[in-house]
Design a protein around this ligand. Structure first.
Ligand code: G6P
Length: 362
């Protein structure tokens, strides 16, 4: 087993460290000089499509939420995101101009599979974004894009999430081009950023020691709020989920601008705020939300490339010229931080209590 872990303490750690390599696999043949290409998708795939519905569970649901921002921005297609277990019983109104996208690492999650069946039954065009070839979801969907993350053993998903987000980002560009809503200059800017992702994931690992040191300060307290705006909001949800899954500490993800509508009532020195403060997206807005929390005495851990005086602790990220690059770096920080806190608490990081890698019952 130790050999399988390649010298790492846990599979989760190995999988975090592998992310830059698997990401290159995800991109092979798909990122070309001046365009994105998916051989899985045929020419007229988007004919008759005017909206997108995404459906998933758990971490895959968070990837869906991230992509809802990207699809609307880059493809100009209206997007709705649904939790599969909710979607199934809400008597959803499905129209045939909807592309139904399911996201699943395992391809076996019961709720996601059933949601896919419902969409097919309603005659919708379906697309699966999945990590396991020949899984139930892959067999059922009209078309599949494989994420190519390799086998993921840690119950808490890391590299699968990273590759899902990458596929969805590439897809939003691909659709944007097909729908004729993206200028070449915009596409080139996005492609340039995409090309930097593996390096960003690799360099982000430099922060590991710092996360290890910081982890000892974050073992007690009322709980954690991960906050962010825009795509950093679903990243906050994902950071909170990672921490919950493996440390068993209470954590919530929240939109930074929404804290004042309730949760700020919880703020005191025992409340830990993990603030995602990217430089390239809504920095000043997020900063003023964090200042409000700091004024109520919340303990602040800021993750940002910009020094923030009011933070109790700081994780300084690199400067990047694209929000998605900041996104991927902060994703790694969240993963390492959750893992180090869980290890310090003596938990089995790869097999957390009460959880299963894939949930094949309703
Ligand atoms: C389980 C796992 C989660 C995962 C979720 C959805 O709850 O513990 O890590 O995100 O299922 O799984 P899927 O395979 O459909 O992505």
């Amino acid at each position: 087993l130790t050999a399988q872990k390649g010298g790492y303490r846990f599979f989760m750690e190995k999988e975090i460290y592998e992310q830059y390599e698997v990401m290159s696999d995800t991109m092979i043949g798909r990122v070309l000089d001046n365009e994105i290409s998916f051989e899985e998708i045929d020419e007229n795939f988007l004919d008759g499509i005017s909206r997108i519905k995404l459906c998933a569970c758990g971490t895959s649901y968070h990837a869906a939420l991230v992509s809802s921002y990207l699809f609307e921005r880059l493809s100009k297609l209206p997007v709705q995101v649904e939790i599969a277990s909710e979607f199934r019983y809400k008597e959803p109104l499905l129209t045939k101009d909807t592309l139904f996208i399911v996201i699943s690492q395992s391809g076996e999650t019961a709720d996601t599979l059933e949601a896919l069946k419902m969409a097919k039954h309603a005659g919708l065009k379906t697309l699966a974004i999945c990590n396991v070839d020949n899984s139930s979801i892959v067999r059922l969907a009209d078309t599949t894009i494989l994420t190519r993350a390799g086998i993921e053993k840690g119950v808490a998903s890391t590299k699968a999430f990273a590759t899902q987000v990458m596929v969805l980002w590439m897809l939003s560009l691909y659709f944007g081009k097909r729908c004729g809503v993206l200028e070449d200059s915009q596409i080139n800017k996005e492609l340039d950023a995409i090309g930097h992702v593996p390096t960003v994931l690799k360099n982000a690992l430099d922060i590991h020691e710092k996360c290890k040191r910081l982890s000892k300060r974050y073992l007690h307290g009322h709980g954690f709020f991960f906050i962010g705006r825009d795509i950093f909001y679903p990243l906050a949800l994902e950071g909170a989920l990672k921490l919950k899954e493996i440390s068993y500490l209470h954590a919530e993800g929240y939109p930074a601008g929404e804290m004042k509508h309730g949760p700020i009532a919880l703020a005191d020195a025992e409340l830990f705020t993990i603030a995602l403060m990217p430089k390239t997206l809504l920095y000043d807005k997020t900063k003023s939300n964090v200042e409000e929390l700091s004024a109520r005495d919340s303990t602040i851990l800021a993750i940002s490339p910009e020094i923030f005086d009011l933070a109790d602790d700081f994780i300084l990220t690199h400067n990047h010229n694209h929000p998605m690059l900041e996104f991927f770096e902060m994703m790694v920080v969240e993963q390492l931080l959750a893992m180090e806190i869980a290890i310090r608490l003596g938990n089995d990081v790869d097999m957390p209590r009460n959880l299963a890698k894939s949930v094949t019952v309703e």
